[in-house]
Write a protein that binds this ligand. Structure first.
Ligand code: PXP
Length: 248
């Protein structure tokens, strides 16, 4: 299918997870960012969690200084994170829900239910020139909420799709999830919001998502860092890029 190029944002959090397991400096997420830049990745994504379990405050400036790639800072909607974002001024800030006990970002942000809390945060970030993205479930009411909040970007949570892909005989559920994501990407685009997608994407499940023509960017982390153990990060990013390009 012919279409516009789909950007690949590489989430380097789990390089920091491995570093933190020993408390030292190795492996350095900055080196990962440099490799992503060298092999043609389009952006670096990093999630500064409240508990700093992977990326830490001091990593942000180092990552920004190391490459010219745009930094997409994933952050919870808290005063602390807004202050940090305003200090570092990343290219984009993706607001995610965060629960301390979760292993990863398990669900989408309830943009519809939290309008009053999110509105001043979106406005402050936007006023600082930061491109605000909301990480939401692929649901029409969440897209409508993003419109009301004036967010220029939504990132559609592909976790349910990825989960369905892993279930034996999950074909029907995969088709349902894929349709939801495609429909919501179209709805967002129709309303002037740039749709992105991410979470749980792998070599095996990325192509049907990459084929959705309205999607402008995918953010992929855990699988790529896992593959990097076996093949190197450069080869893993190149392979993902090839699969994405093939699907367009
Ligand atoms: N996008 C967002 C908003 C996320 O929170 C995450 C996980 O941190 C990702 C993308 C990447 O997900 P994964 O690590 O499963 O590829």
């Amino acid at each position: 299918m012919a279409g516009t190029k789909l950007r690949l944002g590489v989430n380097i959090d789990h390089v920091a997870t491995i570093r933190n397991a020993r408390g030292g400096l190795h492996p350095d997420p900055v080196r990962a960012a440099e490799i992503v830049a060298a092999v043609g990745g389009d952006g670096i994504t990093a999630h500064l969690r409240e508990d700093r379990r992977h990326i830490r405050d001091e990593d942000l400036a180092r990552i920004q200084a190391a490459t010219n790639l745009p930094l997409n800072l994933e952050m919870a909607a808290t005063d602390e994170m807004v202050e940090i974002a305003l200090r570092h001024r990343p290219h984009a800030a993706c607001i995610v829900p965060e629960r301390r006990e979760e292993r990863t970002t398990e669900g989408g942000l309830d943009a519809a239910g939290q309008h009053n809390r999110l509105a001043p945060i979106v406005a402050r970030l936007a006023d600082a020139g930061i491109r605000v993205s909301l990480f939401i479930a692929p649901e029409a009411r969440q897209i409508e909420a993003a419109m009301q909040l004036g967010a220029p970007v939504v990132e559609l949570h592909t976790g349910e799709y990825a989960h369905a892909c892993q279930e034996p005989g999950g074909g029907e559920a995969v088709a349902v999830e894929l349709k939801r994501i495609a429909d919501m990407a179209a709805l967002a685009a129709k309303n002037g919001i740039e749709p992105h997608a991410g979470h749980g994407l792998t070599y095996d499940n990325v192509q049907p998502i990459a084929a959705i023509p309205q999607l402008a960017e995918l953010n992929i982390g855990h699988y790529l860092i896992g593959e990097a153990i076996f093949t190197g990060l450069d080869a893993a990013v190149r392979r993902m890029r090839e699969l994405m390009d093939e699907a367009r």
